[in-house]
Each structure stands twice: as C-alpha cells, then as structure tokens.
Design a binder for this molecule. Structure first.
Ligand SMILES: [Zn+2]
Length: 425
C-alpha cells in the first residue's frame, strides 16, 4: 500500500488535556496514512525526505467537531430568533423542513449548506437531516464528496409534527429507516448513519421500540434532544407518564448510552437523576450555547458537567443557532458560562478558553474515536489559520493569537483544512 506521508510546518497548537493548551512554534506535525505521527521541532531522520508544506507562522490546530446541527435549517438561519423553542418549531421549522420532500429544493438548499460547512472551521459533524429518505441520501452523497467526516440522521417523527411533516405511522417510519440503512450500506467512506428520533414529543412509544430494535440490529449510534426547555420537559412528562425523567424516556427503549453510543443536545435543565444516568451510561452532551440563547432555553451547567467528568462537546445547533462557526461556539460557551456564574450560581466558575477549546476538539471529536488532537495516533484533522489580518501594534503570545481568533475570526482566516489526512481546502 502506498504510504501517504507529509508534514505541515507552522505554529502548532492543541489541547494537552482539559486544562492545558500546548504550543509549538516553528514545528512540524506529521501525517502518516491519515493519522498523526507526532509533532516535532526538527523532523526525525525517518521523515527527513517527506514533503513539507511550510505555513510560515500561521496557526495549525486540530479540526473542530460540531456535535449538533440541522442541515435543512441552514436555509433559514438567522430568522425567527425572537421566538421560543416550541413556537419556533411549529411556525418556522416544521413548514420549512417539509420542503425537503421536493428533491430539487433539497438539492439547492443542501448544496449551499455543504459548501458553507466545507469552508467553515468544522472538520466533523453530527447532523440531523429531515424525515425524507431521498433528500437524506442526497445530503449524505454531497457530504461524502465534500471530504468532511460526518454522521447523518434521517429524522424519525410519527406524532406532533405538522400535516405536511410527519410520518404515516411508527411502522412506516421504521420501515423507511431500514430501507435508508440498506440503501447506503457500503456507499461511503467517511459519511456514517446515525439514528435520529427528533425528540420524545415527536416519537410514539411504538416508534421508539422499533428504533431500539434497529439500533441493536445495525449497531449505529443515536442522536436526539434532551431537557432543552421547560415547556418541552413538561410535555414529555405528559406524553410518557411511566418515565422517571426525560432521559429515562429514551433509556426505556435502549436509546440512551451504554451499548448504544448516544449524543443528547442541550441538557440545559437536566435533573440530578438524569445527570447521574448520563454519567453512568456515557452519554455525550452537545452543548449549544448560541441556540440556547436565541430560542431562550437557558444556560446549561457546563462547569458541573466538566467537574463530573461527563463527555461534553460543542454544537452550533443551526438554525436554533445562526452561525456555523465553531470559534463562535467556543466564545459563546465562555460568555454564557459567565452569565450563569454571575446571575445563577457563583459556586460554578466560568468555563476557560482551554476548556472550551478542548470541548470543541477532543470533547466532541472523541465521539468519532481518536479525533481532535495532534498526539500520535489521532486521525489527522487540521485547520490552517491566517490571523495576519487581525492587526495589532504590540507583541502578543501564541495563546493570545488563538484567543483573538475565537472572538474575531471569520471564514477568511481559514486557509487550509485536512480531514483524516485528506486535503479538503
Ligand atoms: Zn437541535
């Protein structure tokens, strides 16, 4: 097998752990067959003759994983931002998502989404499509072509949708999901299916039972929403009177961690019992601070989750969030944690840059395996960032350069991107 071997040279930065960033100026990061072979100040003899792309003093960081976003909602990002979750779903989201029954519309909308995601700071993402199987497959085809590494879910919803956006029955939804999984079998290298019950209010017990069976049969992960909004939580209590708490309404069907790798978005208002189950069963939390602000859900207790050692990654939750930028997600994480600390609980210290960067890289990346670091053996996902346009008269540290990108960057600062060793841009 031909060895794919090269190095990038520049100012390299990544998380050593949750509390610490490491910086290597004027150094090399080596990619060998899609994996990181290490960071070196001088290339070792075995790598002396490999191709080197010299980035000068540009920053080279691991790629970001967007752990939660909705591809069909990108079309109307930045609208309806004065509503609360349930009104926003009914008045904007459901009618808009219904449009993806039309493949021509889906093609137009998803081309824009995929192109923008490709040129964003995101290298990996866990994505909701819609309930429409053909449009979901089209989205997966486009994402595969983009070079990004993604998990994509055909959404399941057999109740409480809109007349134009709801599956006929639990059986029809399950049948369509099986057909989707069969049709995409072996079709992609870096686009993976993920089971996607929209959220408990959208899925009957009968459908959840079927999805549990499909999960155990196909061994695929699951993504959904959890404890985002007070109205939603009260609704789940009514709909699932036998569940002990919201998370239990997934667990009853085997869709909440353990042998079923699971991402739950939000967890803003999780109870102690729910948090304990998240911990015990290794459920990933996708923290989406911008969306939680835009649709008035609240501020998730991320300091508590970090201290408990839970798996926490960051999501943009487009279009509850309006921006695809994971740098912005890092900034929002820090900002909302400060508001929470100031206004709600002064025993919970705000999140630091180091912690938020970790969440955006390894925190979410680990849902894919070894992703989000330049330590040896990690998959080689890298962003090359040119911050020369963020001007300053004084000398600044590399950490300051990184922090300014968190707050001041836009897509123009991204000049190169690698995913699993593939050059994407
Ligand atoms: Zn969402």
């Amino acid at each position: 097998m031909k060895k794919d071997l090269f190095a990038l040279k520049g100012t390299i930065c990544y998380s050593k752990n949750q509390k610490e960033l490491v910086f290597h100026e004027d150094s090399y990061v080596v990619c060998e067959n899609g994996l990181c072979a290490g960071v070196f100040s001088q290339l070792p003899d075995e790598y002396k003759s490999i191709p080197v792309e010299d980035m000068g003093d540009r920053l080279i960081i691991p790629g970001f994983t967007d752990l939660h976003l909705h591809a069909p909602q990108y079309a109307y990002r930045g609208t309806g931002m004065d509503l609360e979750l349930l009104d926003w779903l009914n008045t904007i989201t459901f009618p808009q998502e219904a449009r993806y029954a039309d493949l021509d519309y889906a093609k137009k909308a998803y081309s824009i989404f995929v192109d923008d995601l490709k040129h964003s700071f995101t290298t990996r993402a866990c994505i909701f499509a819609t309930l429409h199987r053909p449009a979901t497959e089209l989205l997966m085809d486009m994402l595969e072509e983009s070079g990004l590494a993604t998990m994509v879910g055909k959404v399941n919803m057999d109740r409480n949708g809109a007349p134009e956006l709801q599956e006929e029955s639990a059986q029809a939804s399950a049948q369509d999901t099986r057909q989707w999984l069969e049709e995409i079998k072996g079709r992609y290298c870096h686009t993976y299916p993920i089971l996607t019950p929209r959220f408990t209010p959208s899925c009957t017990d009968e459908l959840m039972t079927e999805l549990g069976k499909i999960q155990r049969e196909y061994h695929i992960p699951v993504q959904s929403h959890l404890s985002e909004n007070f109205g939603e939580i009260a609704w789940v209590k009514d709909l699932c009177p036998t569940s002990r708490f919201y998370g239990d309404a997934y667990d009853m069907f085997g869709l909440f961690g353990g042998a079923c790798p699971t991402i739950m978005a939000h967890c803003v208002h999780s109870t102690d019992e729910e948090i304990q189950m998240i911990k015990d069963q290794g459920v990933y939390i996708a923290h989406c601070p911008e969306s939680n602000t835009d649709i008035a859900s609240g501020i998730a207790p991320i300091r508590r989750y970090l201290d408990l050692g839970l798996h926490v990654g960051l999501g943009t939750d487009v279009a509850g969030g309006f921006s695809l930028s994971m740098f912005r997600a890092i900034a929002d994480t820090i900002q909302v944690s400060k508001l929470r600390w100031r206004l709600m609980d002064q025993s919970q210290a705000p999140v630091t840059l180091e912690e938020a960067f970790y969440m955006a890289t390894i925190g979410g990346g680990s849902f894919f395996g070894k992703a989000g670091s330049f330590e040896k053996g990690y998959e080689f996902d890298a962003l090359i960032l040119d911050d020369a346009g963020i001007r300053h008269p004084q000398e600044i540290s590399t950490r300051d350069r990184l922090e300014r990108l968190v707050y001041l960057s836009d897509d123009r600062n991204l000049v190169g991107k690698y995913v699993q060793g593939r050059k994407v841009i």
